[in-house]
Design a protein around this ligand. Structure first.
Ligand code: ADP
Length: 400
């Protein structure tokens, strides 16, 4: 099962996108509909609201009079807290129930209007944002949905900004054009990304990238932040720290299109204990990898002991975003090297130039594809790592 969060400003076209996803086979969980359902006439939710706010919040037919409720419940923070304490657990329980009822291979889409405002993005395995210019949205709300213009403007102004939405968007669907345009985008997304993502997630398959270098992408840092936010949620206190490492963490450096993230843990037992939760969250394990290549430490023959270089590796099930999630032990040589190498490359232009030349040579060596290419690639790169390891370590020590 894949869990997608769908959001966007009022009038952007969430309902339109949700409808297309349902046509394609997604299971839609509509937060607004659930919020209405849990306080429908005859529900314990409505009884609890009457108990808290009095019978004046009811309409003549016994249903909830929303403006009347809003008048009392939004009067002060305490009342707002009371309202949330009643409705949030009910919405949460009903949402969990609906997700539980969905088939194991479902693509579940949660339409959450305030996903950004309420900081819910990291809970989703993929966030889809539907975007349209404010004026376009206003025109649609006023002309097609009959909303009062001043009211629509005020509500749009109270919502998250497009910049805030961009920061959490794994996918941004532009809906400024005719309805057919966004529909075609949704169909392509379904086939090329959502269906394979769900399959990878359920079967523990990691997305891969080839050994070609691509130009540095300023969006890598933003993408890494989203992955890190999700990892923090999965790992909780077991993660001592989580860092964007590797070439994609060095601004301006061409790299393979794989984002490296390092989760620092207290020991490998903690890493193993996280394996199941990581896989369930969309970060399947690479069980064959148990350690980094040991790098020789001058003057320390025991420096290459495999035991010091133990790690766990996970990937990302999202086919459009290959990632390596390295779980390394705090203060182990591999954990420190990942951070020190990144900082050294960020700081030293000469080091970047040298590393890029090595990467280009490795890319040349890899030439073809598949596993053999990987070996050829690393046969060129690893000796250079061995050479710079003491240099980087000394550089970091001098700076500390
Ligand atoms: P949301 O659910 O994000 O508030 P809707 O999907 O209800 O937005 O869209 C708002 C209004 O705009 C609806 O009346 C819808 O039919 C219309 N609409 C959606 N997409 C387009 C589009 N690309 N062109 C024109 N009208 C659109």
């Amino acid at each position: 099962m894949l869990r997608i969060g769908l959001t966007g400003g009022m009038g952007a076209g969430k309902s339109t996108v949700a409808r297309t996803l349902v046509e394609l086979g997604a299971v839609l969980i509509d937060s607004d509909a659930i919020a209405r359902e849990v306080v429908a006439p005859g529900t314990p939710g409505l009884a609890a609201l009457v108990e808290a706010f009095g019978p004046d919040i009811l309409a003549a037919d016994g249903s909830l009079n929303r403006p009347a409720l809003a008048a009392v419940a939004f009067a002060d923070d305490e009342s707002r807290g009371t309202l949330n304490a009643i409705t949030h657990p009910l919405v949460g329980a009903r949402t969990a129930e609906l997700i539980g009822d969905a088939p194991a291979d479902a693509v579940v889409v949660q339409d959450v209007p305030l996903l950004v405002e309420n900081g819910l993005a990291p809970l989703m395995q993929l966030v889809l944002v539907v975007g349209a210019d404010v004026e376009t949205r206003l025109r649609r709300l006023v002309d097609q949905r009959g909303v009062d213009e001043a009211d629509a403007r005020a509500r749009i102004a109270a919502q998250a900004t497009d910049d805030q939405r961009h920061a959490v968007a794994d996918v941004w669907l532009d809906n400024n054009g005719a309805p057919g345009i966004v529909e075609a985008q949704v169909r392509a997304l379904w086939e090329q990304r959502l269906v394979p993502f769900e399959h990878n997630l359920r079967t523990g398959v990691r997305a891969t990238a080839d050994y070609r270098l691509v130009p540095a992408d300023p969006d890598w840092a933003v993408q890494a932040r989203r992955i890190i936010a999700r990892l923090h949620l999965v790992c909780g206190a077991s993660a001592v720290r989580i860092d964007h490492v590797g070439s994609t963490a060095v601004p301006g450096l061409p790299a393979k299109d794989i984002i490296d993230i390092q989760v620092t843990v207290a020991d490998l037992g903690a890493a193993d204990a996280l394996a199941g939760a990581l896989a369930a969250a969309g970060f399947p394990a690479a069980p064959a990898v148990t350690h980094d290549n040991p790098k020789p430490t001058p003057g320390d023959p025991a420096g290459t002991d495999l035991a010091r270089w133990g790690k766990r590796l996970h990937g990302n099930a999202d086919p459009a975003r290959p990632a390596n999630i390295h779980l390394r032990v705090q203060d182990s040589p591999g954990q420190r090297f990942a951070i020190d190498l990144r900082d050294w490359l960020r700081a030293e232009e000469g080091a970047r130039t040298e590393y890029l030349a090595v990467k280009r040579a490795a890319e040349q060596a890899a030439g073809g594809s598949a596993e053999a290419a990987g070996e050829a690639y690393y046969a060129v790169k690893e000796p250079w790592f061995d050479t710079v390891y003491p240099v980087v370590t000394e550089w970091a020590r001098a700076r500390a």
